[in-house]
Design a protein around this ligand. Structure first.
Ligand code: NDP
Ligand code: 2IT
Length: 444
């Protein structure tokens, strides 16, 4: 049996109850086969592949909190410190009722390669909780965040592990988490990113994931002789990533016509009104029905459906496994040119294979959404030097990083005989740097 197959079967046996983690590891290891085969003796000798699929540390903890009526609740908290070969653990915190160890491990595993692709010194980690912020008061969210940090603070630090936001964790939650960390430790340090601008946050971090997605998409299309301007774009999600993807798509001359939330979706043939979308989602924290109520050109539909809209470019920006094989078939039959993932693993395994087989230009989340964490690393740099850079300085750096990521993965795909397969190119380019650092640091 090949080394790759041995590790895949070990993973399947040990993690039978973790489908998302198995999906993420399979996707990466399948695309690394040629690299692993070429280095088999060396990698086997140091158990390199077993080590890279095994978290360095997993922290599971109880999060008790009291709601506004005085009723006590308990949630499950997680922090998976996956790999610190190239820098301190770095990755977001997700608050969503679906959170479990499989989801946090898949996200932490992907973060290793994503963070490597940014070219910045950050290792991979992820955390979160099965807490649902929807419908909670500010005071409840604050008490929850304080309880979460009262346990998590023991394991993180500016040079140890630097969490940030993800689904359900935005500026409000980062503020409460930071306040509690500072109160307990007495340290004013860059232990979290995505902070507010008055207490160490970076300009452009809020926009970074969505903007970065569009910078990479534009560069990828350009290298295939296609202009993003004038293209119709479908976007899923209506959160941090989706909003700023829509904003930047418009700034670059494209026309985003959809967005979605956990209950329904909008088709707005005139193009999404970003100011209204921000008002509904960032300020009021309301449903998309509110958007439709205020915009006559918008059609609201219950359930899922953005990928049934005819488009040139599809940007899934909500959550894992939202773009299914059925969606991929609809996209292809409607003539889609490119799919770039703003979310983490939004495309199912079979849908990815279908898109690749049908010659759709496809860039996975590890590369396409790396702008968020890259800008988090820029926030860490600013915190270290006790300085703040201007919006344009950060945005220009982000643009350069995304352009570089595309060319690195494109070059890696060509070098390893899979030209045009950007999924494999990204996995290979991300892996090689981490593998080299792990090799240099011995069996740890
Ligand atoms: P948000 O919480 O800001 O937004 C998530 C959006 O997706 C919301 O509009 C939410 O609906 C919608 N949604 C629909 N279905 C689901 C579901 N089943 N589970 C969760 N959300 C759902 O999160 P982000 O925009 O930050 O994250 C979106 C994706 O991007 C995630 O995959 C995340 O891991 C990834 N990502 C985020 C980065 C960041 O910097 N924030 C960086 C890189 C990747 P509703 O409004 O009803 O809650
Ligand atoms: O998935 C991701 O890359 C994020 N949620 C952002 C992580 C970060 O540390 O900024």
């Amino acid at each position: 049996m090949s080394y790759t197959d041995e590790v895949l079967s070990m993973l399947a046996e040990k993690n039978a109850d973790q489908p998302e983690f198995l999906q993420a590891t399979k996707e990466v290891l399948e695309s690394l086969r040629t690299v692993i085969d070429a280095n088999e003796a060396e990698y086997r000798k140091t158990a390199l592949i077993e080590r890279i699929v095994t978290p360095e540390r997993q922290i599971l903890f109880r999060v008790p909190w009291v709601d506004d009526k005085g009723v006590a609740h308990v949630n499950n908290g997680y922090r998976v410190q996956f790999n610190s070969a190239i820098g301190p653990y770095k990755g977001g915190l997700r608050f969503h009722p679906s959170v479990n160890l499989s989801i946090i491990k898949f996200l932490g595993f992907e973060q290793i390669f994503k963070n490597s692709l940014t070219g910045l010194p950050i290792g991979g980690g992820k955390g979160g909780c099965d807490f649902d912020p929807h419908g909670k008061s500010d005071a409840e969210v604050m008490r929850f965040c304080q309880s979460f940090m009262t346990e998590l603070y023991k394991y993180i630090g500016a040079d140890v592990d630097v969490p940030a936001g993800d689904i359900g964790v935005g500026g409000r939650e980062i503020g409460y988490l930071y306040g509690q960390y500072k109160r307990i430790t007495g340290l004013y340090e860059g232990v979290l990113t995505g902070k507010g601008l008055t207490y160490g946050g970076s300009l452009a971090r809020t926009q970074a994931t969505g903007y970065g997605l569009l910078y990479l998409t534009q560069e990828m299309l350009k290298s295939n002789g296609i202009d993003l301007a004038g293209k119709t774009v479908v976007v899923s999600g209506a959160g941090n990533v989706a909003i700023y993807a829509i904003e930047k798509a418009q700034q670059l001359g494209a026309k985003p016509v959809t967005c979605s939330d956990s209950t329904g979706w909008i088709y707005d043939p005139e193009g999404i009104d970003v100011a209204l979308l921000k008002e509904v989602k960032e300020v009021k924290r309301a449903r998309l029905t509110e958007y439709a109520a205020q915009r006559s050109s918008a059609q609201y539909h219950e359930g899922k459906g953005v990928f049934s809209v005819k488009c040139d470019v599809a940007l899934p920006c909500a959550t894992q496994n939202e773009l299914t094989l059925e969606d991929a078939k609809l996209l292809v039959s409607n003539g889609v040119t490119a799919v770039c993932e703003g979310a983490n693993m939004p495309t199912t395994y079979d849908a990815t294979e279908y898109l690749l087989a049908n010659k759709v230009l496809f860039v996975g989340g590890k590369a396409a959404n790396a702008g968020g964490v890259a800008t988090s690393a820029l926030e860490m740099s600013q915190n270290s030097e006790r300085l703040s850079w201007t919006f344009d300085e950060v945005d220009n750096k982000l643009h350069g990083i995304m352009v570089n990521i595309f060319h690195n993965l494109d070059d890696a795909a060509k070098e390893y005989g899979v030209a045009g397969n950007y999924v494999a190119g990204a996995n290979i380019a991300g892996f090689l740097k981490v593998a080299d650092a792990m090799k240099a640091q011995g069996l740890v």
